[in-house]
Design a protein around this ligand. Structure first.
Ligand code: FES
Length: 350
């Protein structure tokens, strides 16, 4: 309920006679008006204004340097390095550097903006009448004019040093968030394109741990092999064997249909990756009569007489073949690494 809804006889005398009392200065609710405007030192002394401008520019520049420091820390500092910071004790150097530089970068942008507003932007008090929510065209035009006036008085056009350093700071600070995307996980790099196989590496029977000779591989048998030097107690054994595991079979050379397969074999002994090219299960079933191998997970079937091409199932491509030979001591050896990535088709050859 407003005073307009109250009968005049119920209003306090002072309010009922408002207009007259205003004139006499007796109305306790009278608008006191704005206090007289006081100029700041920067408004009347251009040297003080210049000092403020340099302070703001310094803060924005400091923000830029802190952002660069953030990125440099992220790139250069090892994750496991620690430093002693009193009173925190030993803490991660990387976390400390990232937190400090990002904090300084954001603080300096805020401090620069506040100092700019407090010392250089216009602080003239402006009284405006309340108006209906729907602004009239005249009001909109006035707002626009006020905005232009404000922009002019903020000196953003005239004080190029502030404007440029502010844009620089605001442009650089989001880079801190961009570089943090790097923490989404390690890049696979080319680790999945290489295995332990290399020229001269002996093929070692995975069950007996003995280097294989051609006579150890009989027609109709399936032998699993690993590279020499890879032992089960090695800390990265599982990682390495998941890429390097081999299956070896002997096929009568005249039964091998694929020319390259024959060239990469030794007297009909062929070595193929044991890792299924569908989703990476180890292949373990071998059909002696047809020389087909079958993956137990989703039944992909590969024809070892024809370049291990897929003849059934969801696998996307043939099993990679390892080129093998025999060294001077008569042991089977690799003649290089696989020439394509082993395993699932997700890591498509490239
Ligand atoms: S993982 Fe081999 S068929 Fe699916």
């Amino acid at each position: 309920m407003s005073s307009q809804d109250i009968p005049e006889e119920n209003l306090p005398v002072a309010q009922a006679e408002g207009a007259d009392l205003d004139k006499h200065g007796d109305n306790p609710f009278a608008d006191p008006g704005l206090p007289p405007h006081e100029h700041r030192i920067q408004d009347i002394d251009e040297r003080a204004a210049k000092r403020s401008e340099r302070t703001v520019a310094f803060l924005f520049t400091l923000s830029m340097l802190a952002t660069i420091g953030f990125i440099a820390s992220y790139v250069a500092l090892p994750v496991d390095k620690s430093v002693y910071i009193w009173p925190l004790g030993h803490i991660s150097a990387l976390n400390f550097a990232l937190g400090t530089t990002l904090g300084v970068a954001l603080f300096c942008i805020g401090a620069g903006a506040v100092h700019w507003a407090r010392t250089l932007m216009s602080d003239e008090e402006i009284a405006d009448e309340r108006h209906p929510i729907e602004a009239s065209p005249e009001v909109k035009a006035k707002v626009l004019a006020d905005f232009k006036q404000g922009a002019k008085e903020s000196a953003i056009g005239r004080r190029k040093l502030i404007r440029n350093t502010m844009f620089g700071a605001l442009t650089l600070v989001p880079l801190s968030g961009v570089v943090l995307l790097r923490d989404l996980g390690p890049l696979p790099e080319d680790k999945l394109r290489h295995t332990l196989w290399a020229k001269g590496k002996l093929l070692v029977n995975q069950n007996t741990n003995e280097p294989l000779r051609p006579e150890d591989v009989a027609v109709g048998s399936l032998t699993f092999a690993k590279p020499e030097g890879l032992e089960e107690h090695d800390h990265d054994f599982q990682t390495q064997i998941a890429k390097a595991a081999l299956m070896i079979v002997r096929i009568a050379p005249e039964d091998i249909k694929d020319k390259q397969e024959l060239e990469w074999s030794h007297e009909g002994i062929v070595a193929y990756s044991k890792i299924c090219t569908h989703v990476g299960c180890p292949i373990s079933l071998y059909e002696q009569q047809t020389h087909h191998v079958l993956c137990p997970c989703h039944q992909s079937t590969f024809d070892l007489t024809d370049g291990a091409r897929v003849i059934f199932g969801p696998a996307g491509h043939a099993l990679p073949q390892l080129r093998i030979g025999v060294n001077e001591e008569g042991y089977l050896e690799a003649l290089g690494d696989f020439e394509e990535p082993v395993g699932p088709a997700f890591w498509e050859r490239g």
